[in-house]
Structure formats: structure tokens, C-alpha cells
Design a protein around this ligand. Structure first.
Ligand SMILES: O=C(O)C(=O)C[C@]1(C(=O)O)C=C[C@@H](O)C=C1
Length: 572
């Protein structure tokens, strides 16, 4: 306050300075906006104070000229101070109100940020759990894969053992190297899922993939660590390993930096791809091992078969004691009647009992010393004529009902079934009428010599014979009628049919022998499929005429009553 020139001057500190002093004790106000706002308010305040001072000065000047007593001045001064204080108070109140608003805003902002951090944290937790789940899945998959491999390896080992047998353990089959890896000993951890050293590159890829997975996992942990959450616990659990991983990750440069963005699903997919490739490789190896085992099995089978055949041949040469009488002879099968001991000069088909090939052994052919000759065949044919003539004479004593073939068919089918079970049709001389009806022999069958060319064995013309027999032959020599003796008639039919069939199919042996005696004569006709030329080579009209005459004679003779001179056949 200056009382110079009788005028009272109040020295008020500049409001701006006052405010700035007031605010300097506080923290600096952040943000330009707020500063600008405060400054504008200070300016407004300066202006208003300046206007008021100006009007007060005028008033002073007027008052000075009229009334300038000290009591008036004093009260005026107090009034002014009062007014000033009110103004300042109002302003401060205004500032406080404004400041509170700002504080509320800041608090809201802080709350939002906290929520955001919480969300982020939840997201990280969720990702972490997802990752753990995926990792668990992968490990389960690996376990499953290991079990599968273990199973396959055991299978292979079993089959290998079967093939090798107990005696050939020195010849043990070796699996490829990868099967010898420690896959079986793994503990279901990714770290264990590696190949042995020296294997293909898959082990390296697996390591890299594992590192990627763990790096991804660690990233999640590091992210959570920044948020100050539960990652600390995990970090302490992993201890030095994690530190090492972190170092690896941080120092691995752009490669892993790129992989920061690789999602766990992508990693899982890549792992699956690798596993698929590896599985395919293993399957291929197992398949080739299996093939090898099969080959070895075949070799063993062939060897076993050879031994069986050898044992059979040896046993054939050892005379067997009969259970009935020690003097009784071993009964020969019918074909053996055709077979004669071969001499160097004798012609005909050399009969081979069996041909066996074996892995390491050279082809073994056991050749019997018997020979199929035309003479022996002719002898058999003559005897068969007798059988046929007798069976037809028997059949002529029954009547022909005209529809006996259906009952005979049932009978023949049943008889053929039972005869097949005891091995009748294993004999190449015998041919069934109902091929669909033939079961396997239930007894160990005799090994018949392979006298015929294999294709010839399947030649069967019994269907045609059946038709000719019932439609043409029977009506030509049997009286028509129905005597009700169906069972005997069917049995008689069967005897005729089987005898005639055997005789007809013996033509196969005749053709075989004739061809073997002069193959060069037959080859051109065979090659050109000239049936007419072949029939000319095989048949002899003169021989056929002689056969017919012989059979006629036999029929006349066998049909007669045999009379012995001077002896009464039946008492009168
Ligand atoms: O005795 C022969 O030479 C044979 O060939 C056998 C037989 C026959 O089956 O009876 C075969 C054909 C011939 O035309 C003559 C006879």
C-alpha cells in the first residue's frame, strides 16, 4: 500500500503469480489441455481484477477530491480486502470443483486400464491352458503311436519267431535300425520322442518342433510374467531350464521371432505331418519285413512238404504188417495195375509221383520206376468190359419206369458223397457225376501218381453219359414198366453208370500213352488244334471192330446158363 500523493494504492500480487505459486507446491499439472484451461481462467481473473481496480481507482480519485478522511479509507480498504478474499475463495472453489472432475476422470481411466489388464490376463491364462491341453493331446498321441509301434514290433517279432522256429535262432531276422530305437522305453514326453543318432533327419525336426513348442509355451509364461501373475510360480518350477530356454529363444534371432506368431494348432498340424511321414516309413519297413517273413515261411513249408513226401516214399517201401493176418498182401490201388516196372526199352508214360521245390535246395523230383503202357491199359479195358456186360445184364432184369432217373439221381448223389469222403475221387480213374456234390476226403488220401497231364484230370463227360444212358441206352434193352423195385433198380443203374464212366474216361490214359510214345506225331495237330487229325492218330478202326466183337461174345456168353456135362444143375 502506497500513500503517495494522498492516494491509497493497494499492491496486490498478480493473480497469475499467486495461482502459479499456489500450484507449484502441487505436482505439475499434466497435459497441455489442462494447462491451457488454467491459463485462460487466470487471464479472465486478471481482466476482472484489472477492471475492478480501474473502477476503484476512479472512485478513489473522485473520493479524494470530495472526501479524503482516514476512517473512510480504512473501512474502504477492509471492504476491498473482503471483496478480494471472496473473489479468491470463489475462484479456488471453482478450481477445486474442476479438479475433482479431473480426478474422477483419471480414476475412471485407471479403472478401465485395470479392467483391460484383467482381460489381457484372462486371455493369457486361457491361451496357456489351451496350450497345455494341446501339449497333453500331442503327448497322448505320441503315447498311442508308441503303443502302436510296440504292438507292430511285437507282432513282427512273433511272426519272425514262428518262421525261424526254436532251432534256427542263429538265423534270427533283423529288423531295420529304426525299430531298434528306444521308442519303446519312452515315457510319453516330447523330449523322448527322438530317433537314435545316425537315423534320418526326423529326429532333428522333432527337436526343432519341440523347441518351438516350448518356446511358444515360454512366451505365454513371459507374457503372464509381465502382468505379474501366476507365471512366477511356473518360472520357479522350471528353474534353470526355463532360463536356458529363454536365452535360446531370445538369441535365436528372426527365425523364432517369426515363430512368435505361430499358433499351437499350426505346430500341432506340423507335428502330425511329421508323425504321418514317420509312420508311413515304419509301415513300409514292417511290410517288407512281413514279406520277408512270408517268404521264409514258404521256404519252411516247402521243406516240410519235401520231408513229408520223402517219408511217404520211404514208408511205401516198408512192408506193413496186417492186423488180420501177417501173410496178407497190401492191396494195390487200381491204377497200380496199369503200372509196370519200366525197362530201358519199354515205351509209355514215366510216372512221377511228385515234384517239390525248396528254397535253397535244388528241385527234387522223385521218379518212380513204374511205367504206364498201352498194353497194361488194354488189359484193364478188357476187364472193364466184363464189369460193364455183367452190370447191364443185371440192369436188364429190372423194368424201365421211364422216370427212374430222378430217384437214381438222389441215390447217386448220396453214394458219391459218401464215396468222396473215403477218397474215391482222389483216384484219377474215377470221375463223379455230380461235381457240385463232392466233399473232401475225411481220411488221409493215397498219393496217386500223376499219370495224366494236369488239364486232362478235369475232363469229365459224365453229364452227357447220364443223358445217353437214360434216354437212349436203357430204352434199347430194358422192358418198360413199373415193378416198384426202385432201390435195386437205382443201385443197378449206379453200377452201370460208374462202370461205363470209368471205361470211357480211360480214353484219357490211352491218349496220354499214345502221345508219349510218339510226341512228334501229335505236336503239329495239337498246335493247330486239329481234332480230326488227332482222332485219326489216336483211334484204330480195326482194334475197335475187334473190341465190339469181343464184347458181343462176352454178352452172349455171360447171359447164358452155364451147363456142365453129366451134372444136373438143379434137382428135378
Ligand atoms: O487198344 C487201343 O489201341 C486203344 O487205343 C483203345 C481203344 C479203346 O478205347 O478201346 C481206343 C481207341 C481205339 O480206336 C481203339 C481202342
Amino acid at each position: 500500500m502506497d500513500g503517495g500523493e494522498g492516494c491509497m494504492r493497494i499492491r496486490l500480487p498478480s493473480p497469475r503469480r499467486a495461482m502459479s505459486r499456489w500450484f507449484t507446491s502441487k505436482e505439475k499439472v499434466k497435459g497441455k489441455k489442462k494447462k491451457a484451461m488454467v491459463e485462460s481462467r487466470m487471464r479472465d481473473y486478471d481482466d476482472s481484477v484489472r477492471i475492478r481496480n480501474f473502477s476503484e481507482d476512479d472512485h478513489h480519485r473522485v473520493g479524494q477530491s470530495t472526501d479524503s478522511s482516514p476512517s473512510t479509507n480504512d473501512s474502504e480498504l477492509k471492504g476491498r480486502e473482503f471483496l478480494f478474499n471472496i473473489g479468491v475463495s470463489c475462484y479456488l472453489l471453482h478450481l477445486i470443483a474442476t479438479g475433482r472432475e479431473e480426478v474422477h476422470k483419471i480414476l475412471d481411466l485407471r479403472n478401465d486400464l485395470e479392467k483391460l489388464l484383467e482381460c489381457q490376463n484372462d486371455e493369457m491364462k486361457r491361451k496357456h491352458q489351451e496350450f497345455i491341453k494341446i501339449r497333453d493331446n500331442i503327448e497322448k498321441l505320441l503315447e498311442f503311436h508308441n503303443d502302436e509301434l510296440r504292438r507292430k514290433q511285437e507282432q513282427c517279432e512273433t511272426s519272425s519267431e514262428v518262421v525261424d522256429g526254436p532251432e534256427s535262432s542263429s538265423d534270427h531276422y533283423h529288423f531295420p535300425q529304426f525299430l531298434d530305437t528306444s521308442l519303446i522305453e519312452r515315457e510319453g514326453s516330447l523330449k523322448h520322442y527322438v530317433y537314435k543318432e545316425g537315423d534320418e533327419d526326423f529326429g532333428g525336426e522333432m527337436d526343432q518342433l519341440e523347441a518351438e513348442l516350448e518356446a511358444e509355451f515360454e512366451l505365454l509364461q513371459i507374457g503372464q510374467d509381465h502382468e505379474g501373475n501366476y507365471s512366477k510360480q511356473l518360472v520357479s518350477e522350471k528353474g534353470e531350464d526355463l532360463e536356458e530356454m529363454r536365452f535360446r529363444y531370445m538369441s535365436s534371432g528372426p527365425v523364432l521371432e517369426e515363430q512368435q506368431g505361430v499358433c499351437p494348432y499350426e505346430l500341432e498340424r506340423r507335428l502330425h505331418e511329421l508323425m504321418e511321414i514317420r509312420q508311413e516309413e515304419e509301415i513300409n519297413e514292417l511290410q517288407s519285413a512281413l514279406e520277408d517273413a512270408k517268404k521264409r515261411l514258404h521256404v519252411k513249408e516247402a521243406e516240410a512238404s519235401w520231408w513229408k513226401d520223402t517219408a511217404y516214399i520211404v514208408s511205401e517201401h516198408i512192408p506193413k504188417p496186417s492186423r488180420i493176418t501177417s501173410n496178407s498182401q497190401t492191396r494195390c490201388y487200381p491204377l497200380s495195375r496199369l503200372l509196370k516196372k519200366s525197362t530201358s526199352r519199354s515205351k509209355g508214360v514215366r510216372v512221377r509221383s511228385r515234384s517239390v521245390s525248396s528254397g535253397n535246395m535244388s528241385s527234387v523230383v522223385v521218379e518212380s520206376d513204374v511205367q504206364l503202357s498201352l498194353d497194361s491199359i488194354r488189359e484193364s479195358l478188357i476187364r472193364q468190359e466184363d464189369t460193364i456186360v455183367f452190370s447191364l445184364i443185371e440192369r436188364a432184369n429190372c423194368l424201365d419206369s421211364g422216370n427212374s432217373s430222378s430217384l437214381t439221381e438222389f441215390f447217386v448223389r448220396e453214394i458219391e458223397t459218401i464215396q468222396a469222403k473215403v477218397g474215391r475221387y482222389d483216384n484219377p480213374e474215377e470221375n463223379p457225376f455230380f461235381l457240385d456234390n463232392i466233399p473232401q476226403s475225411v481220411f488221409p488220401t493215397h498219393k496217386y501218381p500223376q499219370a495224366l497231364y494236369p488239364k486232362a484230370s478235369s475232363v469229365n463227360i459224365n453229364k452227357r453219359l447220364w443223358d445217353v444212358y437214360f434216354k437212349e441206352l436203357l430204352p434199347s434193352f430194358v422192358k418198360p414198366g413199373d415193378d416198384g423195385n426202385y432201390a435195386s433198380t437205382a443201385a443197378s443203374d449206379l453200377a452201370c453208370l460208374q462202370a461205363i464212366s470209368r471205361r470211357i474216361h480211360y480214353g484219357k490214359f490211352v491218349a496220354e500213352v499214345k502221345f508219349s510214345d510218339a510226341p512228334h506225331d501229335y505236336e503239329p495237330a495239337i498246335c493247330s488244334k486239329d481234332t480230326e487229325a488227332l482222332m485219326k492218330l489216336l483211334t484204330f478202326e480195326k482194334v475197335e471192330e475187334m473190341v465190339k466183337k469181343r464184347v458181343e461174345k462176352k454178352a452172349e456168353t455171360f447171359g447164358q446158363e452155364t451147363i456142365i456135362k453129366d451134372i444136373e444143375t438143379f434137382p428135378k
